[in-house]
Design a protein around this ligand. Structure first.
Ligand code: ADP
Ligand code: MG
Length: 318
């Protein structure tokens, strides 16, 4: 007998997390949450549509993981700590093995970040997953996009480009330059199971003056940060932290292109006044350039400016 909507919620989504600040969670008309005193609430929401944000037929575990991860990444980019999630799930059918895997992917990541699922909505239709996450940040300390100043150093966490290369591999668009399965698996998993940089984001409070997460490509997302801050940015392509798996799978020009323009990394890109740069010691991030007077992102190789075609992903753009 197919699962009813209520049995489905009960079985897969009722017991994901147990935070003491949840007065009422899944099961009532609304969740009742108790944010700590002296904090601001940060709210984010992101939708994943099959065939747009992930290839049709992607593993359900990955879809559950990514649907939460992309939201945790936005919370991280605000310098906040995630606390509560809501899940609006549209499913073609109540496929129990699929739901089992989806819930496992979602809940493993939720547990790792002490995030509790406190409500949602379940409907039938083409596969589409919307997650909202609420996070908390000490009052007034959230990291905006628009606080950058000319002269700031620009940093990126992790190794951008891996996820876009992984997606190209998953979609058969890239003939890999290596047969080392370990490297190729690493890249595919960087797309399927991105790591939101929550601890780093929170650690940047009081150090970074502007921060954004990289969902649509480093150059495009840095351009958003620079524009919001009323300045431009200059990136040295030789400073980009390219991972070994990426350099194994793709020739260097392609690897650089993935790193500059590829989406889905969910790394953080942020600007820091030069005087505060020593405070970053020990954080896994790399200086890649500076904010400058002017507009737009300029890419250089050593001293000379290079042309590159960029523009991040835009749902309605050409
Ligand atoms: P209502 O009709 O009051 O909106 P629903 O019948 O849609 O409530 O949902 C019943 C309860 O289950 C609510 O607490 C809702 O937040 C929760 N819920 C529904 N779908 C999900 C889901 N996919 N994940 C988590 N909680 C859910
Ligand atoms: Mg109701």
């Amino acid at each position: 007998m197919p699962l009813t909507e209520f049995a489905l919620i009960d079985r897969y989504f009722r017991d994901l997390g147990s935070r003491r600040d949840v007065r009422i969670g899944v099961g009532d008309d609304g969740a009742v949450l108790a944010p700590p005193a002296g904090h601001d609430l940060v709210a984010v929401v992101d939708t994943l549509v099959e065939g747009v944000h992930f290839p049709a037929g992607s593993p359900a575990r990955s879809i559950g993981h990514r649907a939460l991860a992309v939201n945790l990444s936005d919370v991280a980019a605000m310098g906040a700590t995630p606390a509560w999630a809501l899940l609006a799930l549209t499913l073609p059918r109540a496929d129990e093995p699929w739901l089992e895997e989806f819930a496992a992917g979602f809940s493993a990541l939720a547990r790792a970040h002490d995030v509790q699922l406190v409500g949602g909505d379940t409907t039938s239709g083409p596969l589409c997953v919307t997650v909202q996450v609420l996070g908390i940040v000490p009052r007034g300390e959230a990291l905006p996009r628009d606080g950058g100043e000319p002269g700031d150093l620009v940093y990126v966490t992790g190794t951008p480009g891996d996820a876009a290369c992984g997606l190209a591999l998953l979609q058969g668009r890239l003939r890999p330059a290596t047969r080392a399965e370990g490297a190729l698996d690493t890249l595919r998993n960087r797309f399927l199971y991105p790591t939101p940089r929550c601890a780093i984001g929170a650690g940047l409070r009081g150090i970074a003056n502007a921060c954004i997460d990289i969902s649509d490509g480093l150059a495009g997302d840095l351009a958003k940060l620079a524009n919001a801050s009323g300045c431009g940015a200059r990136v040295d392509i030789t400073q980009l932290p390219l991972s070994e798996p990426l350099l194994a799978a793709a020739e260097r020009p392609a690897a650089e292109h993935f790193a500059l323009t590829g989406g889905d990394d969910y790394e953080l890109c942020f600007s820091v006044p030069a005087a505060l740069a020593p405070a970053l010691a020990g954080l896994p991030c790399t200086a890649i350039g500076r904010l400058v007077e002017g507009r737009g992102v300029t890419v250089c190789r050593g001293g000379s400016v290079i042309e590159f075609s960029h523009s991040g992903f835009d749902h309605f753009g050409g």
